[in-house]
Write a protein that binds this ligand. Structure first.
Ligand code: CO
Ligand code: ZN
Length: 333
């Protein structure tokens, strides 16, 4: 599974430009699902049929990652940019970006800027060009870039950019490969444009009309020095979401996930996220409403180029998806 996580997290996929990631996932699951298609916006939908008594579950993980878009190129070949998704300003100075064509640039700040006064419009990207003309040979206004960083294996713990949410994609891929005959019909949806407002999940859910929606996404932890008070710890299991800013998990869905963990000896913890959202926020408001919840992968340093997860939590999330696939949902949803 580590090899898959490395591949997925090192791929290029800012919001709206996720085709490289989608291509990778297609290759990894095509032999393990009954149907595979992409939709208009760029969601990848893989279907695994269940039995007649089963229900229809949409499992969503987003393929996009945060990044930047070039807004302006000056006469000396320096680029200005706007954020794509929730880019944290403290993570930028000295970091590198990578464009679709492989061009690398370094982000730095204007000369006299005080650290406390740093804003995005005081930052520029240097791609090694000495003029506007030379810069435009490599990058044009409107092009997207991601934060450039390699995957690192620390044993149980892994660091990479875009663990948010390639780790959720990896959980679904692993689950799809391990399930042979699910009781419930499973729609594995690898969604586009989550980081800019849960957009792909919205149209996918509208088209699929599932009986149950589950998002697989990262959540924050409260286990670093002087951290926020949050009862989620790396290595303590799958996090079952109670609420975030986009969703109050349907009580019956939340209770079902807890029961499945207890019945299958899957380590879990309850998650209350004060700010942030996932695809489940869009799914549960679809049409007349869809009961929905989220299985979260505890992650440190979210939205930096060095997001850290624990492989044992990832495994717990896979086990929980496998349990949901076989669960008897009659009378629950
Ligand atoms: Co995110
Ligand atoms: Zn995410």
């Amino acid at each position: 599974m580590k090899a898959i996580i490395k591949q997925l997290t090192e791929a290029f996929g800012p919001s709206g430009y996720e085709t490289e990631v989608v291509g990778l996932i297609q290759e990894l699951i095509q032999d393990h699902v009954d149907e595979l298609r992409t939709d208009v916006l760029g969601n990848l939908i893989a279907v695994k049929h269940g039995s007649k008594e089963g229900k229809r579950i949409m499992l969503a993980a987003h393929t996009d990652e945060i990044g930047v878009v070039i807004t302006y190129i000056d006469d000396n070949g320096f680029l200005r940019f706007a954020p794509i998704g929730g880019v944290g300003i403290t993570t930028l100075v000295g970091n590198r970006v990578r464009f679709a064509n492989g061009t690398i640039g370094v982000i730095y700040q204007e000369g006299k800027t005080e650290w406390k006064e740093l804003t995005l419009d005081k930052l520029f990207i240097d791609i090694g060009a000495v003029s506007k003309e030379e810069a435009e040979q490599k990058v044009r206004v409107g092009e997207f870039a991601i934060f450039h960083r390699e995957f690192t294996d620390l044993g149980n713990r892994l660091i990479a950019k875009s663990m948010d949410d390639r780790i959720g994609c990896a959980v679904l891929i692993e689950a799809a490969r391990r399930i042979t005959q699910p009781k419930n019909t499973l729609y594995f949806v690898f969604t586009t444009q989550e980081e800019v407002g849960l957009r792909g999940a919205r149209t996918a859910a509208y088209g699929l009309e599932p009986d149950l929606g589950l998002a697989l996404d990262v959540t924050l932890t409260g286990d670093m020095p002087e951290a926020r008070r949050m009862a989620v710890t790396l290595g303590q299991g799958a996090a079952i979401k109670v609420k975030d800013s986009s969703l109050i998990a349907h009580p019956r869905v939340k209770d079902l996930l807890v029961k499945l963990c207890e019945a299958n000896n899957i380590p879990y913890q309850m998650e209350v996220l004060e700010r942030g959202g996932t695809d489940a926020g869009a799914i549960h408001l679809t049409k007349a409403g869809v009961p929905a919840g989220t299985i979260s992968i505890p992650t440190r340093y979210v939205h930096t180029p060095s997001e850290m997860v624990d492989l044992r939590d990832v495994q717990a999330c896979v086990d929980l998806v496998l349990a949901a696939a076989q669960a008897d949902l009659a009378g629950i949803i």
